[in-house]
Design a protein around this ligand. Structure first.
Ligand code: NI
Length: 169
């Protein structure tokens, strides 16, 4: 957090299934895996393009989270379904060691493409919807602390959750 690139609007991908795109996604995948992230956006590794990846299996940072399938999502378009929003704790690999409560739409329709240019079209809810909203915010220069409504709900992971074994990232 603080790098101007994280506050920039990222550029759309115009060519799919290229060596450069595959290499970018591999770098993102390695970084996310190493840091036990639920997702990562290209600007977080210094590339201002509209590419996010996400997926949650058994993640020590999100021990209670529902499973989210591993997904490469490029040039995403998000549309909330209904107006219902819910508060939930979020962290971010670009804001290490901290957590904050962020409101997100509970139901979401999203479209986009995978790295081969195949279309993706999903209707999701709850944690899956939250992860997609968080990651796609990165493509528009928005970090989750900018969406916290009450800054008392923002702090250090080890202070907020002293008894938890959530990794101190
Ligand atoms: Ni993030």
């Amino acid at each position: 957090m603080g790098d101007p690139l994280l506050f920039a609007k990222a550029e759309p991908v115009t060519q799919f299934d290229t060596p450069e795109l595959h290499a970018l996604i591999e770098d993102m995948h390695d970084t996310m895996a190493q840091m036990n992230g639920a997702g990562i956006a290209a600007p977080q590794i210094g590339v201002s393009m509209r590419v996010v990846i996400f997926g949650v299996g058994n993640n020590p940072r999100y021990p209670d989270a529902e499973k989210v399938p591993y997904t490469v999502l490029i040039n995403p378009v998000l549309n909330p379904v209904g107006n219902n929003m819910e508060d939930g704790w979020e962290g971010c690999l670009s804001v290490p060691g901290m957590r904050g409560v962020v409101p997100r739409y509970t139901r979401l329709h999203y479209t986009g493409f995978d790295q081969f240019g195949q279309p993706i079209d999903r209707l999701v809810s709850d944690f899956h919807a939250r992860v997609v909203q968080h990651e796609c915010d990165h493509l528009d220069g928005i970090l989750y602390p900018m969406r916290i409504q009450d800054l008392r709900n923002f702090g250090y992971t080890d202070v907020l959750f002293p008894d938890s074994d959530i990794a101190d990232d």
